[in-house]
Design a protein. Structure first.
Lengths: 702, 72
């Protein structure tokens, strides 16, 4: 890590800014290096983003634009303050931010204000640029800023105070360049902006934050000083200055060409990508493809008809076979049952005897034997008859069964021998099942084709074709411009070699003063070293950022295993995660979020200012597991950095039962990362007519 | 004013180990002063005088000039 100038927020005081009514008093931020996190949490809509924007507005004089930024009717000033201002009254809204260094020395104090005064009774609402919303025409709003800063040239602890808007603006631009705001004031929803190669703020921000322009500025100054030495000591001033001017002129052209190159190359890349997307669409939905899809649908419909017919035919066959053999099928069961029973009776010797069941019953009824003997007193005989009767029942049945067996044997045997029928039925049933599966597949396929065709809009296709034609022309133009740029650059480089050699000659011949020669030589050496340092460092910085981003991303990204590396465009600094498989799948929202965070943390490796970091909705679209991974990484990834997180209660206190994972709070607490914690609480303030006013309080969380 | 350590290291690397320490100090002074100028608004005349002074003084330093002459 480079030697860094740590900047951290000591406190923020808010008065009447959006949801915050009244003077909040100083809200202290954590300045403990071991517990560097300050948390603001609350339910949605209570003022987390307002807190974030209060800091952004305090520094830049405007709020950070969100993705779905719309001009809001309500402005920066709390609506209760505006609505209740009486004629002749004055009120103020302000944000005061105190920033200190690692030694707790106050470095900057920014106080940005809007002063309101009511000069009439008119209630008509008009848009006011200062307030950034609608306020009554009778209310006058004026902005004011006071900036107190420590002079780097002085050892005095006293801060220099200025209220000159232009001076303050110029100073703030240098300390907090707008381009770098993306690296310390982060909107969680905009984290994937870093993947956008066209974002000039990212490119400029990285250069500024790494201090690379410092080398260029030094080089420019030393060159100008050295040139002046030469011009004042030459014996041929005209020739000397003329050549010098020509060199300066060519160098300007060279710089322009070099600056144009990444722009035009990026343009070509973008145009080519759009063109390819259009071509893909056309190839997918051109007439030929549509015709093929329609043909396929028709062909499937014919196949479906054939399948229906086959199913019907097979069903009929099964029905016929069953119907024709119904008697055999039914009889088979009776036959099998009768045979079994009959065999059993045979084994038990229960075959029919000479006594029929009817005779035995008659005998028991009349109690008189055929021989005329009265059976009333012969109980033994009666019992025997009764036993005989029960055997006779069974025997009669067995006899009947025997008859059935005799009568049906032939039929059943015929059926038994005709196993072909059973097989045929089984085969038919199998075919019916297969046809039904095939029929369902074809129906699904046709549904998919129909849906695909629904997407095709011939007018849209026509538009894509037209747009592609325009894109092709633009691409051709861009390629021509690149070619022209390259040609100019080559010729300028060639010319510069000649001019520099000519200039050296003039200098040698026309400057006799040895001391002046030494000054020029030293200047030239310093200049060349600075240029080399700039060129080499730029490449090295890209490498450092790439490696660190990759390291963090692979540790914390969801499904990181699907990626094999991170690449960074050397010209635009746009980052890209490269998949390890060849699937053309875009990076998910959660993965993009982690990539952005990893990128920002990696950039801190090459900066001189360790800015505080404030993230609004840091866990938006991030799974609970990823949140925990990110929180666990904070002690290493945000080392020495003051971190402020504005989170929803839902993000902060995850439902452990649902996810079976710890919450963000418990993870941060376990790591001992939380230094300060505030709860945003909304309270009713007043009711005027039907209008109810609320205020958000920042309460220290115990 | 803090100058990126990596920039200073790079300059050291480019001028080489055998360079007189005074030469490294020239770069250090230039970078630190320019960093201050970049941060705070300064009169162009102040900046001009600083650079003139740097070249004026150090071009008289034999150690620096001998080294520069060999390496330019």
């Amino acid at each position: 890590m480079s030697r860094q100038n740590v900047l951290r927020i000591k406190s923020i005081t808010i008065k009447n800014f959006r949801a915050y009514l009244g003077d909040s008093g100083p809200i202290l931020f954590s300045r403990d290096i071991n517990s560097p996190i300050t948390i603001f949490h609350g339910t949605n809509g209570l003022g987390k983003t307002s807190m974030f924007n209060a800091i952004h507005w305090g520094i830049y004089g405007e709020e950070k634009k969100s993705k779905d930024h719309k001009i809001k009717s309500e402005g920066l000033v709390n609506s209760y303050v505006v609505d209740t201002l009486e004629e002749g009254d004055n009120e103020e809204m302000f944000v005061k931010i105190q920033i200190e260094n690692q030694n707790n020395d106050l470095q900057y104090e920014i106080t940005r204000k809007i002063l309101l005064s009511k000069e009439g009774i008119g209630k008509e609402l008009v848009i006011n640029d200062t307030v950034g919303g609608k306020i009554p025409r009778s209310v006058v709003a004026n902005s004011e800023i006071t900036f107190a800063y420590k002079d780097p040239d002085s050892d005095d602890d006293e801060l220099i105070v200025t209220s000159n808007q232009f001076t303050v603006s110029a100073l703030l631009k240098k300390i907090f360049p707008k381009a770098t705001s993306n690296f310390f004031l982060l909107d969680g929803e905009l984290l994937d902006e870093f993947l956008n190669g066209n974002n000039v703020f990212v490119k400029k921000g990285i250069e500024d934050i790494s201090q690379l322009p410092l080398l260029q500025n030094c080089e420019k100054q030393i060159k100008s000083t050295s040139n002046k030495v030469g011009a004042s000591t030459t014996t041929n001033r005209t020739q000397y200055t003329l050549t010098q001017d020509r060199i300066a002129n060519r160098e300007t052209t060279k710089k322009q060409c070099e600056a144009n190159l990444p722009i035009v190359m990026n343009e070509i890349k973008e145009l080519d990508r759009s063109l390819q997307d259009g071509l893909k669409m056309i190839l997918k939905y051109d007439e030929e493809s549509v015709r093929k899809i329609q043909e396929q649908i028709e062909s499937n419909k014919i196949s479906l008809k054939i399948l229906e017919e086959n199913i019907r035919t097979n069903k009929k066959t099964v029905q016929r076979l069953v119907f024709d053999n119904l008697d055999k099928i039914v009889m088979k069961n009776a036959y099998q049952s009768a045979v079994t029973k009959y065999k059993q009776f045979q084994a038990e010797k229960k075959l029919p005897s000479k006594f029929s069941k009817d005779i035995l019953e008659q005998l028991l009824k009349e109690h008189e034997c055929v021989c005329g003997r009265n059976l009333n007193e012969d109980n033994e005989a009666v019992e025997k008859i009764q036993d005989m009767l029960s055997v006779s029942y069974d025997s009669t049945l067995g006899h009947s069964m025997n008859k059935i067996v005799d009568q049906t044997t032939d039929i059943v045997n015929d059926f038994e021998n005709d196993k072909e029928i059973v097989k045929e039925i089984e085969e038919c049933n199998e075919l019916i099942s297969k046809y039904r599966i095939k029929r369902q597949d074809l129906k699904n396929m046709n549904d998919d084709y129909e849906r695909e065709l629904d997407k095709v809009d011939s007018k849209k296709l026509e538009k894509i074709r037209e747009s592609n034609e325009k894109l092709s022309k633009k691409l051709k133009d861009a390629n021509n411009r690149k070619y022209e740029n390259d040609v100019i650059l080559d010729s300028v480089n060639e010319e510069l070699v000649k001019l520099n050699s000519e200039f050296d000659k003039i200098r040698r011949l026309t400057i006799k003063d040895e001391h002046a020669k030494n000054k020029i030589q030293l200047g030239e050496y310093v200049q060349k070293t600075l240029i080399k340092a700039y060129e080499q460092l730029r490449k090295e910085f890209v490498g450092i950022v790439k490696d660190k981003t990759e390291d963090l991303f692979m540790k914390t990204a969801p499904q990181a295993h699907v990626f094999q590396s991170i690449s960074i465009d050397e010209n635009t600094f746009a980052i890209e995660a490269n998949r390890s498989d060849d699937r053309d799948k875009e990076i998910s929202r959660g993965q993009a979020h982690v990539l952005g965070i990893s990128f920002i943390n990696a950039i801190r490796e090459i900066t001189t200012k360790n800015y505080f970091m404030i993230i609004d909705s840091p866990f938006n679209n991030v799974s609970q597991k990823e949140r925990i991974d990110i929180c666990n990484q904070i002690p290493t990834s945000h080392k020495n950095t003051q971190l402020t997180l504005l989170v929803t209660d839902a993000e902060y206190e995850a439902d452990i039962k649902k996810t079976n994972l710890p919450s963000v709070r418990s993870t941060l607490e376990k790591n001992n990362s939380i230094g300060c914690e505030y709860n945003l609480v909304q309270k009713p303030h007043a009711k005027i007519k039907s209008e109810e006013y609320f205020k958000t309080n920042v309460e220290e969380y115990n | 004013m803090v100058v990126n350590e990596k920039i200073l290291q790079k300059v050291k690397e480019l001028i080489g180990d055998s360079a007189p320490p005074e030469l490294y100090e020239v770069f250090e002074q230039i970078l630190e002063q320019q960093a201050k100028y970049d941060q705070m608004e300064k009169e162009p005349e102040t900046v001009k005088k600083f650079y003139q002074g740097i070249l004026e003084i150090n071009s008289k330093n034999e150690k620096i000039m001998n080294y520069v002459e060999k390496n330019v």
